[in-house]
Design a protein around this ligand. Structure first.
Ligand code: ATP
Ligand code: MG
Length: 280
């Protein structure tokens, strides 16, 4: 019996490649942390994150809760590639690529966005100018000031921001709530793939909080693939965002993950039970 070499027709190769691409995009999570350990940089490095595992799929909203000083902002800042922190072991994956060593610029360009807990003030840089430069860096789109002004007008209206904000210096003299709305405006304009919101609800009055919730929801409605990691201390934002999963971070580790029952439990019992178990 003679065996003939097996050949695959070009059409079949295309089909197989198509299948593999589909399988890869279905099975590869949008964002993943594997046993992430993070320390401060500087003379006396201190370990703050002590083995964080997290998987966030496309279109999913995850909430991260935890007591003051548990490492939430450290996690958010590290994810954006801040030189303030060093990953000492573990991995950060974005769409399956290991981005642990990528710089902040590359991460932003790839579609990661961070709304800061304490947005920085930029004297001399207007909101409009900042957005124009950020958009050019993120998407390579160079809009004229007029084009951008028109593009952001709709979002400013939705977020009930006075159009005059477009010409004010970024965050300078902004109230706490105005800064947070401005972070959501940036998110809407930059169209990220994955957004980390660090206490975007803190300092907001009830109406503003509802607006931020509405803002995030409408960004998601336009971009259903968007993955969100929302750091918060408050139930109210959870009610607005309806996260798929809630995680509890204590002393640099995720100690619990689950559904809305976690928020209810925290409201009733606080973090004490978790902290006792985590040996704090
Ligand atoms: N650059 C740094 N140098 C030294 N210690 C740091 C540094 N950054 C963070 N820490 C410490 O790490 C711990 C975690 O801080 P982090 O800001 O991540 O907490 P958090 O969970 O965001 O708290 P909060 O709910 O108050 O915002 C804190 O004890 C903080 O003092
Ligand atoms: Mg914080």
């Amino acid at each position: 019996m003679t065996t003939r070499p097996r050949t695959i027709s070009p059409t079949r190769v295309v089909l197989i490649v198509d299948d593999l691409t589909t399988i890869r995009s279905v099975s590869t999570p949008l964002f993943e942390l594997r046993d992430l350990h993070v320390s401060t940089t500087g003379d006396n490095p201190t370990e703050i994150l002590r083995g964080v595992d997290l998987v966030i799929g496309e279109g999913e909203v995850h909430a991260l809760m935890g007591p003051n000083g548990s490492g939430k902002s450290t996690l958010a800042t590290t994810l954006l590639g801040s030189p303030e922190y060093a990953v000492t072991s573990g991995q950060i994956l974005f769409r399956g690529d290991d981005i642990t060593d990528w710089g902040a610029d590359e991460r932003g360009k790839a579609g990661m966005f961070l709304a800061f807990q304490y947005p920085q003030e930029f004297a001399g840089v207007s909101v409009l100018n900042f957005l124009r430069q950020a958009l050019s860096a993120r998407k390579g789109i160079d809009l004229s000031m007029l084009e951008l002004r028109l593009a952001i007008m709709e979002w400013m209206e939705r977020l009930e921001m006075d159009p005059a904000f477009a010409d004010r210096y970024l965050n300078e003299g902004f109230s706490g709530g105005e800064k947070k709305r401005n972070e959501i405006l940036q998110m809407a304009i930059l169209e990220p793939e994955f957004a980390i919101l660090d206490e975007t609800d803190s300092g907001l009055d009830v109406d503003a909080l509802r607006l931020v919730g509405k803002g995030v929801r409408s960004v998601r409605a336009e971009r259903p693939q968007l993955g969100v990691l929302a750091i918060t201390h408050y139930r109210r934002l959870l009610d607005e965002l309806q996260p798929d999963v809630i995680h509890v971070l204590i002393n640099g580790r995720i100690v619990d993950s689950g559904g809305p029952e976690i928020a209810e439990r925290l409201e009733a019992e606080g973090y004490e039970a978790y902290e006792a178990r985590a040996g704090r």
